[in-house]
Design a protein around this ligand. Structure first.
Ligand SMILES: Nc1ncnc2c1ncn2[C@@H]1O[C@H](COP(=O)(O)OP(=O)(O)OP(=O)(O)O)[C@@H](O)[C@H]1O
Length: 598
């Protein structure tokens, strides 16, 4: 049986330590389609940097030529050349941006699309373990970080390194002694950068994870705003939010200090070396060992190299953040999905739903607790409606989630018309079996879109029939009828209206198998009776499992199954069970009292 447990969000201790480069190299699949644009962008930036490096040579020429020989006429061609170089630099840097902007937006969209698709395919157990804010920040801020990395740091790490090498070669060729002096800081700088990379990488990951935690708190408090307000808990939630925001702030400050230390050294050391080179150069010019023009060319080259050297600080910092974002992206993308079935299912035969020896425990259940389901045997005959009753927490909802394979049973088999559900492709399984849960989740779309989600492609007639079965005539009183937007999570509707739309969504496709988890709990007794009558008619040919808490819902069923202690204790018609099963009697009398007091 397939693993149904996805790994939890990785904590710093158990996260694989991958180098920045290796993490970033994993982006190549996404960068590959735009490789020519990237190459064009690097080429344009290289040519622009080449223009920058030519300027010092022209300056040297000006000093040793026209200026030394008081030749004003000779200045103009060189000035014109300087102007052309300046314009070329500006134009090429602009071209670089133009070349890469659109393709990178495509890469970002593709990565975001893949992440979204993956999140849809991953089992529910994965979503139980990953806080939604963590996933949200991966799909938003991490994607943005990666796009920016491909746009700037990636290009400039290449271009600036080459510019540094060419500039250094140029300086050594102009005067090797001065060149060596300016190169001296490279050794401590490389060591420092290596040290920085390790610390900054860890801090980046912490900050990005804390960002995800913050998004989770924010999301929960926005979604739960009614509860927070009615219990007056805004302050408590605000304190939680502030605490997390403070933690993130502390990490960001730590990162800033690290970067500031690196920056101070990256800027300071080359300045000292440049000062030394200037002093030695001046002495050599005074002793006629060097022309003034060569010294000007040398110093201008050294100044032109300030940007490539100084930018190393933020390029490294940004690359670290991007490598963390890439790790966070691939943490999700690497999570194994349910494997596709390797065998063909047995031929279909009219057999309804059959559960044999089904066991289940949640992946995060404490080790010392017994399995929630400990060998459930149940047969719902073809065309039969079976009610499932049991004490609260006995595992009724859990059992219903096993049928559409939202979770995988840990042992035993479940068959639909004789076909093992593990051998059915998920789309096929879910097109044959529809579900409606007690908590009716709607999406911010129109009523029509929400209902037809249960049967994409179904027409107006199917929509009207489903609305009629669910007694959802109220839809026609809405401002735009079925085309009315229901607002985020359908919150513009009442609980009972949402439940009826969820029920309509479950029955709209006229499914062969239907699983309803207490779908009428929010309805008043009168509406419940109407829905039940319509459902009984609609369910005539459907094999259905209905979780029931109230006797009125039980009445909908042909037979009733009692779930207790992880097994099905008894199965039979309502009246028979009332006679023969004390647990059922007890459950029903409790439920009766509840219905009367409701
Ligand atoms: N995602 C989950 N992860 C871990 N444990 C869970 C999860 N969902 C439910 N449980 C636990 O499984 C047990 C059974 O829950 P379930 O919702 O199936 O009960 P139920 O019989 O439907 O209850 P009720 O009648 O109150 O709706 C509970 O103890 C619950 O805490």
């Amino acid at each position: 049986m397939a693993e149904n447990a996805a790994p939890p969000p990785r904590q710093p201790a158990d996260r694989p330590t991958r180098s920045t480069v290796r993490s970033l190299l994993r982006l190549r699949t996404y960068a590959h389609p735009i490789r020519w644009f990237l190459a064009g962008s690097v080429t344009a930036a290289l040519l622009a940097s080449g223009a920058v490096l030519l300027v010092p040579l022209v300056l040297g020429r000006i000093v040793d030529g026209p200026i030394a020989h008081h030749d004003l006429a000779g200045l103009w061609p060189l000035f014109t050349l300087l102007l052309v170089l300046g314009l070329a630099e500006a134009g090429l840097f602009g071209l670089r941006r133009l070349l890469i902007a659109r393709p990178l937006a495509r890469v970002e969209a593709a990565m975001r699309g893949d992440l979204y698709g993956k999140l849809q395919r991953l089992p529910v157990a994965f979503h139980d373990r990953w806080p939604s804010g963590q996933l949200l920040s991966r799909a938003t801020s991490d994607m943005y970080t990666l796009r920016l990395f491909l746009a700037f740091p990636l290009v400039f790490l290449i271009v600036n390194s080459l510019m540094f090498l060419c500039g250094t070669a140029l300086m050594l060729s102009l005067d090797w002694r001065l060149g060596l002096i300016t190169l001296l800081p490279s050794i401590p700088l490389v060591l420092l950068c290596t040290h920085f990379e390790k610390g900054y990488s860890a801090a980046s990951r912490t900050a990005q994870d804390q960002n995800g935690d913050l998004a989770t708190v924010l999301e929960e408090s926005v979604l739960g705003i009614r509860i927070l307000k009615s219990f007056g808990r805004q302050r408590t939630m605000a304190r939680h939010f502030r605490e997390r925001a403070d933690r993130l702030r502390a990490t960001e400050l730590r990162k800033t200090w690290m970067l500031a230390d690196l920056w101070a050294v990256i800027v300071g050391l080359p300045e000292l070396a440049l000062g030394g080179a200037l002093a030695l150069g001046a002495v050599r010019v005074a002793h006629d060992e060097l022309t003034a023009g060569t010294l000007v060319a040398f110093l201008s080259t050294a100044l032109a190299l300030r940007w490539p050297v100084e930018s190393m600080g933020w390029l490294l910092a940004y690359s670290n953040e991007a490598s963390t974002a890439a790790d966070r992206f691939f943490d999700v993308m690497d999570t194994p999905e349910e494997p596709a079935p390797t065998e063909r299912p047995a031929p279909r035969r009219r057999d309804g739903i059959r559960l044999t020896g089904v066991r289940f425990r949640y992946p995060d259940a404490p080790e010392d607790t017994p399995d929630l389901l400990r060998g459930v045997d149940l047969h719902i005959r073809s065309g039969e409606t079976m009610a499932l009753v049991g004490a609260t927490g006995s595992g009724k909802t859990t059992l219903t989630t096993l049928l559409p394979r939202l979770y995988q049973a840990t042992a035993g088999t479940i068959t639909l018309d004789g076909q093992d559900i593990r051998l059915l492709e998920l789309p096929e399984l879910r097109s044959r079996l529809a579900v409606a849960f007690e908590d009716p989740i709607l999406f911010s779309a129109t009523v029509r879109e929400n209902v037809l989600m249960g049967a994409p492609g179904a027409g107006e007639q199917a929509l009207e029939r489903a609305l009629a079965v669910a007694q959802a005539g109220f839809v026609h009183q809405l401002p735009l009828g079925p085309d009315t937007e229901v607002g985020e999570q359908g919150l513009s509707l009442s609980g009972g209206q949402r439940q009826r739309l969820a029920l309509a969504r479950a029955v709209v496709g006229d499914p062969e198998f239907l699983v309803l988890d207490d779908p009428l709990s929010a309805l008043d007794v009168h509406t419940e009776a109407l829905v039940e009558a319509a459902l009984r008619e609609a369910l005539a040919d459907t094999t259905a499992l209905v979780v029931a808490h109230r006797p009125s819902t039980v009445m909908l069923a042909d037979r009733v199954a009692v779930l207790a202690d992880g097994v099905v204790l008894a199965v039979g018609p309502h009246a028979e069970l009332l006679e023969s099963c004390p647990q059922y009697r007890e459950l029903m009398s409790g439920a009766m009292e509840e219905s009367v007091t409701r």
